[in-house]
Ligand binder design. Structure first.
Ligand code: ADP
Ligand code: MG
Ligand code: ZN
Length: 474
């Protein structure tokens, strides 16, 4: 039998904001447990939430970037459940009317471009964190995360493989970082994904889904989905039925296991949050946010290909983050002659070296103007492209300019015809046999002479001058 895989994703994105969703407490990561709390986020009776408008604006910006509808009036609701990390006994979320409705992301899939529907984006607050590690018979609660603003991005069940799910997630991950809506750091829990997975016969109605939790890296998401698909297919083919349930991914065993069934599912008893009025946004506010939207990765990629003649690959590499794209355009501005060569040096030479040192473009020891001077020095014949790579090594290690390094190490290319001629004459005298063979027709020996000159000048002779002078003198 042939099975179709169906996946819908729910992604919790931590919104970049100095303060929490409904109080003024700091959201900084890694502080002393419970040091960033107040009566509001501790759930003390009688405290009233006040909505953080930065978080609202960033959710609207994300909605606009996925071509969604911004609801000018949305609601907050209480989602009730009991858990030690939730001091109020409910989470403030948006249930009946979310801020953002219906949008999409286009991903690259095996069959070309594919559109993945996004059902909604709603705002909510995060819960605290239970800590069990290293503790015996007790758990500790850290409420620093309680009340941190999140947006939940809910997709349509439009993905048909684990690879498509990853492609969608990477696209979303890139987008929220581009918009500066979130840091997207998965290790810090700023981008968390639950995957709903089902299988069906092609053309049949949707099958029963399992919701996978605890998928905290792209690799685990892929592994978890792939395991779950096989489990469901084998179960059905053996005569069983999939039950709707929440399953936990165990990254050590590489399998999913039941956490709670539909019967044990919480009844959240949603009701409108009485302490917050409906969220009203004006059309002017939305227009203002739209006007401030940066160029997004797909447009940027296209522009880099058209305007600078970059390959699709280079355009993709240089638009991974806004910092990369900005750095590249600064480089082109400082060395406008050859945008393709700029891309080449940045993508292949610079990023490769930074990567080896565990650095990235944001903390690179040199800026775009400094790299541009290095490219100028190749163009004006001061050094060869080969020597330039050694100079770049030193630039990255020391942060020095190309000119300083060329000067200090005496790397200036020798272009002086007189000096090169003298050298060539010495080499001709020292290698009579090769000269005779070359003159007798063994053209291949030309490379040998070039090599001799380069060796004698430690690679610093200007290759084109060496070529012409060798041809003349031989
Ligand atoms: P809940 O809030 O209970 O998790 P929703 O109906 O909001 O349920 O769906 C949540 C997610 O599950 C959405 O991303 C949706 O696309 C996905 N989904 C719904 N039905 C299926 C299915 N049969 N197979 C896979 N994913 C599904
Ligand atoms: Mg769900
Ligand atoms: Zn607080």
């Amino acid at each position: 039998m042939s099975w179709e895989v169906v996946i819908g994703l729910e992604v919790h994105v931590q919104i970049n904001s100095k303060t929490k969703a409904f109080c003024g407490c700091s959201t900084a990561f890694g502080a002393e447990p419970n040091s960033q709390t107040c009566p509001v986020c501790l759930g003390m009776p009688g405290q009233l939430p006040v909505l953080n408008h930065i978080a609202v604006d960033k959710t609207i910006l994300t909605g606009l970037a996925i071509n969604a509808t911004i609801n000018l009036e949305s609601r907050f609701d209480r989602k009730n459940y009991f858990y030690p990390d939730l001091p109020k006994g409910y989470q403030i979320t948006q249930f009946s009317v979310p801020l953002v409705d219906g949008g999409y992301l286009d991903i690259a899939s095996n069959d070309g471009k594919k559109r993945i529907g996004i059902t909604r984006i709603h705002m909510e607050e995060d819960a605290g964190k239970s800590m069990h590690e290293g503790l015996d018979a007790v758990s500790h609660i850290d409420l620093n995360r309680s009340g941190v603003p999140l947006m939940e991005v809910v997709s349509e069940p439009d993905m048909r493989s684990a690879d498509e799910a990853i492609a969608y997630l990477k696209q979303l991950h890139q987008l929220i970082r581009f918009l500066d809506v979130s840091g997207g750091n998965m290790e810090k829990g700023q981008f968390r994904c639950d995957a709903n997975v089902s299988v069906r016969q092609f053309g049949a109605p949707l099958g029963t889904r399992a919701e996978l939790k605890n998928l905290n890296s792209f690799r685990f998401i892929k592994q978890g989905i792939e395991y779950e698909v096989i489990r469901q297919i084998e179960l059905i083919e053996d005569g069983g039925t999939v039950v709707q349930e929440t399953r936990l991914y165990d990254s050590v065993k590489g399998e999913t296991r039941s956490m709670r069934s539909k019967e044990e599912a919480h009844d959240y008893r949603y009701f409108p949050e009485p302490d917050l009025p409906p969220l009203r946004i004006s059309a002017e506010e939305v227009a203002l946010i739209r006007a401030g939207m940066p160029e997004l990765p797909p447009q940027l990629r296209q522009r880099f290909e058209e305007e600078y003649g970059l390959s699709a690959y280079d355009a993709d590499v240089l638009t991974q983050t806004r910092d990369l794209a900005t750095w590249y355009e600064q480089l082109v501005a400082a060395h406008p002659k050859d945008p393709k060569r700029c891309a080449n040096w940045m993508a292949n030479e610079l990023l490769g070296r930074l990567n080896e040192q565990g650095q990235n473009i944001s903390n690179a020891p040199i800026d775009a103007k400094t790299l541009a001077v290095l490219l100028d020095r190749i163009d004006d014949g001061t050094i060869s492209g080969k020597i330039a790579k050694d100079v770049l090594d030193t630039m990255i290690k020391t942060g020095q300019s190309a000119d300083q390094i060329i000067e200090e190490k005496g790397l200036k290319q020798v272009s002086d015809t007189g000096a090169i001629d003298a050298l060539i004459k010495e080499i001709i005298e020292a290698n009579p046999k090769q000269v005779e063979q070359y003159r007798g027709g063994r053209d291949k020996l030309f490379g040998f002479f070039v090599g001799q000159v380069m060796k004698a000048t430690r690679g610093q002779a200007n290759p084109s001058v060496v070529n012409t002078r060798l041809k003349a003198l031989l």
